[in-house]
Design a protein around this ligand. Structure first.
Ligand SMILES: [Fe+2]
Length: 325
């Protein structure tokens, strides 16, 4: 459906992109279960996942002084890190080593954000004005702690049925239940609420009876609706589970990372126009003075208007100027 000005309806454009990339089966699974795992041959063009893994090991070595060893992973067994005892009482971390703010660590991370498969499905859920909330990595060895079920939409229940957040996680090593895979309750995105403490237990005799492991080969891309109940099984096998969550959000949500004005111009210039919107340059909120509000609104509006014109799309929403009255 096109408007009289010849601009394309954004939802029609998102569906056309899904058809072009042959992603309909994954969208159907996402609709019914609240999550989907897209295999490497579809999700990681040009060996993207293996390059991401090497780059992440480089980042870890740069930040910690030690390069993670994938096969045995002894240095990460019962890992505590910055989140010891934060999530559980088992004495280790259910997420392992946690690397944050990866976008600025090399071109391959920009490529991961601009992956057409990731963008097609996250756009289906969140629209063309969606933004990157955070790009991070979990490096998890054998551990005792399970990661309790939760939603990534961090607002009080009830949650709206449509997604405000979605999580697109690159699986950079094989995910199986024994390897500490993500646990999901299929269909829980339709509950529109966060789980209770009793409902959030993973594994064991009290564990949620419907929780299943999201299994997939290294190089897969796991995408889930922000309402879907998820956590993780503990890892019982030697070696490391490495995953890179790319958290996406509607532009009215508070993001984990604050990227407005923080992205170098050369990084914006070397990427498609959408990169500027994805990195929050069209988000008008976050000012702390009237002058700042005016500056930020003008910059955001300019960016968003140019973006939708470039894409040939009808704009999805009112542009950045004040609209509370
Ligand atoms: Fe989560």
């Amino acid at each position: 459906m096109s408007s009289s000005q010849g601009l394309i309806d954004p939802f029609d454009a998102a569906m056309a992109e899904i058809a072009r990339l042959k992603l309909e089966p994954y969208v159907a699974e996402l609709e019914s279960k609240g999550f989907t795992v897209i295999p490497p041959e579809v999700a990681s063009p040009g060996g993207l996942a293996s390059r991401l893994l090497e780059a992440i090991l480089d980042v870890s070595e740069k930040r910690t002084g030690t390069r993670p060893e994938i096969i045995e992973g002894r240095a990460h067994e019962n890992y505590k890190g910055r989140f010891a005892d934060y999530y559980s009482d088992q004495g280790d971390s259910p997420i392992g080593e946690y690397l944050q703010c990866l976008l600025f660590e090399g071109r391959v991370f920009e490529e991961a954000l601009m992956n057409p498969v990731l963008l097609a499905i996250t756009t289906y859920l969140l629209g063309y004005s969606s933004v990157l909330s955070s790009m991070s990595c979990f490096i998890k060895g054998r551990n005792k702690s399970t990661f309790a079920l939760h939603t990534d939409t961090l607002i009080p229940s009830p949650l709206p049925a449509h997604a405000l957040i979605c999580n697109a996680t690159y699986l950079l090593t094989d995910f199986t239940k024994e390897n500490g895979a993500t646990a999901f309750v299929p269909g829980s995105h339709k509950f529109c609420r966060t789980p209770s403490a009793q409902e959030s237990i993973v594994g064991g005799k009290d564990g949620h009876p419907d929780a299943v492991a999201a299994e997939g080969a290294a190089g897969s891309l796991m995408i889930f609706h922000g309402n879907t109940w998820h956590g993780a099984f503990n890892r019982t096998q030697p070696g490391l589970r490495v995953s890179m969550p790319v958290l996406m959000a509607r532009p009215n949500m508070r993001t984990e990372e604050d990227l407005f004005g923080a992205v170098p111009q050369e990084m914006i210039d070397r990427n498609p126009g959408r990169f500027k919107v994805l990195t929050q340059q069209a988000v008008s909120y976050g000012f702390s003075s009237e002058e700042g509000a005016a500056h930020r609104s003008a910059k955001a509006a300019e960016c968003l208007i140019a973006y939708f014109e470039e894409m040939g799309l009808k704009r999805e929403e009112r542009i950045a100027f004040p609209h509370h009255g």
